[in-house]
Design a binder for this molecule. Structure first.
Ligand SMILES: Cc1cc2nc3c(=O)[nH]c(=O)nc-3n(C[C@H](O)[C@H](O)[C@H](O)COP(=O)(O)OP(=O)(O)OC[C@H]3O[C@@H](n4cnc5c(N)ncnc54)[C@H](O)[C@@H]3O)c2cc1C
Length: 348
């Protein structure tokens, strides 16, 4: 009979992936409870996960944050391959990914920094001048995955519950409250997206448009004005996401009609929608979400509160929560194993 409960806060992609990873290393005396204000059936502008595109697109760079994310993203890529192959209802699929950049930043022109993040991708190849549209000076293609984000989150939650996890819908006012939510709570895992009261956390507003028109690949185009356009098909007939904006600190919860028109006009020019749509889009809905970001990147660390109380933090994934999810979950479980908060098992 378990006498200790691990409480995980958050039912976004980070909390769900981490909770599933923790389940693999519970000792017989431990149980796990996932507590969240929002679950995959909810739609709140402050619950980022169901609004994500989502696709995986590497981000070159040499900062500590960039290198750590590249490592987490690579592990997540390998994990998503297994998910796509073994779990057909997961909402994850592998397809061709293409990038077209009109004014590539310096890190895209440095061969080593590009190789560091792209070379692990299946079929990675630089496109020659004749293979890219007019105006594009840097182009690549590779095999990548796309995620139907609400379906994937519901799939993770189902796996967690089938694996014996318990869930509770509850809004916490502060982290310490979590220690009172069950019997014998020694460890609270904070996957609350934006964090709870962290002054370094901030939001990045994103507006996209979900359309019924199908497309068979995910294309990202960087424009000379610094804006980005992308199309991301959602597996299992989930439509296509046309994006998108990145607006740090913008709290506007309402979609802008002008933004929608600009996104769709660009998509008509640049993305290969099937001809039967006649250049018209069948809009399902506008999407506005808040990416939970943090200066310096995600906070992944164990905070000792007292001799027998710990908070394990994992929040602030910004615009890359799906792409980093499995790597982050492994790193968090690794920290918990180091501190003796989970049981090491030979199957690791
Ligand atoms: C338009 C858009 C496009 C995106 N595209 C991509 C993409 O292509 N690829 C990609 O990888 N990522 C993408 N993202 C980013 C991705 O959605 C986020 O990085 C990811 O969802 C963050 O997951 P999370 O679990 O940390 O946070 P969230 O999904 O926000 O979940 C936080 C959880 O914590 C709970 N919580 C918070 N505070 C409390 C509290 N006080 N009490 C109880 N519960 C609480 C919430 O209810 C929720 O369950 C996109 C995001 C947007 C908005």
């Amino acid at each position: 009979m378990p006498n200790e409960t691990i409480v995980v806060i958050g039912a976004g992609v980070i909390g769900l992936t981490t909770a599933l990873r923790i389940q693999q290393n519970l000792s017989p005396s431990q149980s796990i409870l996932l507590v969240a204000r929002d679950f995959p059936s909810d739609t709140s502008v402050n619950y980022a996960s169901p609004w994500a595109g989502a696709h995986y697109r590497p981000v070159p760079g040499s900062t500590h944050q960039a290198l750590r994310e590249a490592n987490q993203a690579q592990r997540t890529y390998e994990y998503m391959k297994r998910v796509a192959a073994d779990e057909p209802g997961s909402g994850v699929a592998f397809i061709r990914g293409v990038e077209h950049l009109e004014a590539p930043p310096a890190e895209y022109l440095d061969r080593q920094s590009v190789e560091n993040v792209y070379s692990h991708l299946d079929g990675f190849r630089a496109l020659s001048g004749g293979e890219v549209p007019d105006g594009v000076v840097w182009g690549v293609e590779y095999g990548t995955y796309v995620v139907n984000s609400p379906v994937y989150c519901a799939h993770l939650l189902r796996k967690f519950v089938l694996g014996g996890g318990e869930v509770k819908k509850f809004e916490l006012v502060n982290l310490m409250e979590a220690f009172s939510l069950a019997r014998g709570v020694r460890t609270v895992v904070n996957c609350s997206g934006i964090g709870i009261g962290d002054p370094r956390a901030f939001i990045i507003r994103g507006q996209t448009c979900l359309v019924r028109n199908p497309v068979s690949e995910t294309i990202t185009r960087q424009n000379t004005d610094g804006s980005w356009s992308f199309c991301i098909p959602r597996p299992l007939d989930g439509g296509t996401i046309i994006g998108g904006t990145k607006e740090p600190h913008s709290w506007d919860p309402n979609p802008s009609l002008e933004t929608r028109e600009r996104l769709l006009a660009n998509a008509t020019k640049w993305f290969p929608f099937t001809p039967e749509s006649g250049g018209k889009f069948d809009v399902i809905r506008d999407i506005v979400g808040r990416r939970p970001a943090r200066e310096g990147g995600m906070r992944i660390e164990v905070e000792k509160i007292t001799d027998d109380r710990y908070v394990v933090h994992g929040y602030g994934a910004g615009g890359r929560g799906f792409e980093l999810s499995r790597g982050v979950a492994e790193d968090m479980a690794g920290l918990m194993l180091e501190k003796g908060l989970l049981q090491a098992k030979a199957s690791l």
